[in-house]
Design a binder for this molecule. Structure first.
Ligand SMILES: CC(C)(COP(=O)(O)OP(=O)(O)OC[C@H]1O[C@@H](n2cnc3c(N)ncnc32)[C@H](O)[C@@H]1OP(=O)(O)O)[C@@H](O)C(=O)NCCC(=O)NCCSC(=O)/C=C/c1ccc(O)c(O)c1
Ligand SMILES: O=C(O)CCC(=O)C(=O)O
Ligand SMILES: [Fe+2]
Length: 351
């Protein structure tokens, strides 16, 4: 039954599993109260720098030493950049977008089998907002979150509507991220081969769906946050709406969709491992009043039972560590205990 009061909207979207897609499909003229952000969390267009953009790096010739230099400079200066000619076939990206759309357009009864309380595994989770229990105001986003354990486990538990396409995307992204990490670690005198499992030993893929929103200027798709990953590898469709903070300012920069490109960003784990040489950057997503939007980040992470702290190679010249030793799953649990709150998760690891 369609909801009739504000309480009912939370119940309808979160508990019953209709998500914001279910609310959007009702065709309301007004945004339900549960989704109205306080003014300071809305995206203020006066703070958006329209003339600036994050770097776009062409990866077609990896033998050119400039490419590695651009990557290191972009990661240091912006924490965010886009890559083109990266080698992941366009067809893989298109199939992934289509499969993501197919999944979210399934009837609610089918998607609801992946709600936490109905699901046989913790590694698959369909949901809405970020942490509805903690989110005072809900985010205008539905998601399917897939933690990769093995091909076998994925075949058994991931939804058939998108399983093969997500696996293909994940497999093809691996060598690109490995190359990026190798390059980023060179100035730190760290050899990736000895640290590969610490830097990219686990992967989580989120399929994000942001349906058409009434009063998009009052809502957010995703609130201000940094990712807890080492690096994030993000495909967005052609709608736009991702905003990145310009380092050390209170200004924001839009990340324009470029067909075939992938957005890369530094996450908290790389900030901690590099003792702050690389920094994760706050970002947020606007809601859209006209079009449904899709994005698919792959979070490349340490494994849950890894300890993260500044790497010994980084400290060998006497540099003082800013971060303590933290069990990565404790770090992620801390992130998942609270609503999005900018960069505050990193404080958990500060000495
Ligand atoms: C994730 C944890 C720490 C969970 O530990 P566990 O003890 O099993 O607890 P749990 O009961 O499964 O989850 C605890 C809470 O975390 C939250 N949570 C767990 N998984 C997710 C998820 N995929 N999406 C949202 N919330 C989640 C929920 O609030 C859980 O509470 P409850 O709803 O169960 O009551 C564990 O499985 C682990 O160590 N996993 C491997 C490491 C890992 O997954 N790292 C994640 C890296 S990056 C990553 O996951 C990023 C996600 C993200 C999502 C939305 C955004 O907007 C965003 O910016 C980012
Ligand atoms: O949708 C996007 O463009 C970004 C989403 C995001 O920041 C996240 O899922 O962590
Ligand atoms: Fe993010």
């Amino acid at each position: 039954m369609a909801p009739s009061s504000d309480y009912d909207y939370r119940h309808f979207a979160v508990t019953k599993g209709h998500g914001v897609k279910g609310i959007s499909d009702l065709g309301l003229n007004t945004l339900p109260q549960q989704y109205v952000q306080p003014p300071k969390e809305r995206i203020d267009m006066r703070k958006v720098l329209n003339k600036e953009s994050i770097p776009v790096i062409d990866m077609s010739n990896l033998d050119d030493p400039n490419v590695a230099r651009y990557v290191v400079d972009a990661a240091e200066k912006w924490g965010f950049f886009q890559i083109v000619n990266h080698g992941v076939p366009t067809e893989v990206l298109e199939n992934l977008m289509e499969a993501t759309r197919t999944f979210f357009e399934l009837p609610v009864e089918e998607k609801a089998q992946y709600l936490q309380e109905n699901c046989l595994t913790k590694n698959v989770r369909f949901g809405t907002s970020f942490i509805p229990k903690a989110d005072k105001v809900l985010e205008w986003k539905d998601y399917l979150s897939l933690f990769y354990v093995s091909d076998d486990e994925s075949s058994r538990y991931w939804p058939s509507a998108c399983r093969n396409e997500v696996m293909e995307y994940m497999k093809k992204s691996e060598s690109v991220v490995k190359w990026l990490l190798k390059v980023l670690l060179q100035p730190l005198d760290v050899d990736l081969d000895s640290k590969e499992s610490l830097l990219m030993g686990s992967k989580r893929i989120n399929l994000n769906y942001y349906p058409i929103c009434p009063n998009p200027e009052l809502a957010v798709g995703v609130g201000r946050h940094s990712d807890v990953s080492t690096l994030t590898f993000l495909l967005q469709d052609s709608i736009g709406g991702l905003y990145v903070q310009k380092m050390e300012t209170d200004h924001w920069i839009h990340v324009p969709p470029i067909t075939g490109s992938i957005v890369i960003n530094v996450g908290d784990a790389l900030q901690i491992l590099s003792n702050g040489k690389y920094k994760s950057v706050e970002h947020r997503v606007a809601a859209n009043g006209d079009k449904n939007r899709i994005s698919v980040p792959i979070f490349f992470n340490p494994r849950p039972d890894d300890i993260i702290c500044p790497l010994p190679e980084v400290l060998q010249n006497g540099e003082i560590p800013i971060y303590r030793r933290v069990l990565y799953s404790d770090y992620v649990k801390h992130f998942f205990r609270k609503s999005h709150d900018g960069k505050q998760t990193v404080d958990f690891a500060k000495i």
